[in-house]
Write a protein that binds this ligand. Structure first.
Ligand SMILES: Nc1ncnc2c1ncn2[C@@H]1O[C@H](COP(=O)(O)OP(=O)(O)O)[C@@H](O)[C@H]1O
Ligand SMILES: [Mg+2]
Length: 256
């Protein structure tokens, strides 16, 4: 599980994130939603051991994130796909796992590419793939790495809306089949609600002074998403979904 306590991160004088307490249970899907600049990426990078907390602490299964990361227990998927352009899809999927010193499981990698809809594209290079297909490769790579925890930073941010919805359904299926713990950052409220067991709302906290500059991001609200699983496209049109989206939007806009 992921545990963060009193977590704050500053870059020099700039306070990016303040006073975050967070527990994510094994197998849980937690989404973090908020406007841009409110510290979402900072939170994810700190959980992933890529930034050091300024105050407080964060652990992954009781260890510092850097330890979990070097043991390949953390997988990242970023907005930009970060595939190696000179490697094929299958080589990109297996590369991180081999770098982590694990056995090369190319049959497993092929299966994963097939279940992410990339059957027949194993030998294609990133330049030959659409945006959605590249993100599928990046997701397959993170799962293939064998990490228990997936940290996703707006992975569908650059995709068109229809592809986004498809990818959302697909990531839930992969999550179900592979039993991962997921922290998923997005600025899309519907995406956060559709995906999450729980949705954290992060916003810059100006402590009542809307003109305050450089206010740090804080968790201002938290929702249990009360929608049955498994969820598919039909959820998007449901009343319960609309009501939950409205509640999260309200929290983002400071309603109480
Ligand atoms: N490496 C960095 N050095 C200095 N400032 C940073 C760095 N990364 C992010 N920031 C600043 O921290 C704040 C939060 O950024 P970020 O975590 O990227 O927010 P979000 O992902 O919600 O858009 C912003 O003001 C941003 O400019
Ligand atoms: Mg960001």
């Amino acid at each position: 599980m992921i545990h963060a306590e009193n977590l704050s991160v500053s870059y020099g004088d700039l306070r990016a994130l303040a006073d975050v307490d967070l527990d994510v249970a094994d197998g849980e899907f937690v989404t973090v939603v908020g406007p841009s600049g409110c510290g979402k990426t900072t939170l994810l990078r700190t959980i992933g051991g890529l930034e050091e907390p300024t105050t407080g602490e964060v652990t992954v299964d009781g260890d510092p994130p850097a330890v979990a990361q070097s043991a390949a227990r953390l997988g990242f998927v970023f907005q930009e796909h970060t595939l190696l352009p000179w490697k094929t899809a299958i080589e990109n999927v297996t590369f991180l796992r081999r770098m982590a010193g694990k056995d090369a499981d190319s049959a497993g990698a092929r299966d994963l590419l097939a279940t992410t809809g990339l059957d027949g594209f194993e030998d294609a290079r990133p330049s030959e793939l659409s945006g959605g297909m590249k993100q599928r490769v990046a997701i397959a790579r993170a799962i293939h790495l064998g990490a228990d925890v997936l940290l996703m930073d707006e992975p569908f941010g650059e995709l068109d809306e229809i592809t986004r919805d498809e990818m959302s359904v697909e990531i839930l299926r992969l999550w179900r089949e592979n039993r991962k713990t997921v922290v998923f950052v997005t600025h899309s409220v519907p995406e956060a609600v559709f995906l999450g067991d729980r949705c954290l709302v992060v916003a810059a906290d100006t402590e009542g002074d809307p003109t305050a500059d450089g206010a740090p991001g804080r968790v201002v609200a938290e929702f249990d998403v009360d929608l049955p699983r498994p969820r598919d496209e039909s959820v998007f049109g449901s009343e319960a979904f609309g009501a939950q989206v409205a509640r999260v939007r309200g929290a983002l806009h400071g309603d109480t």
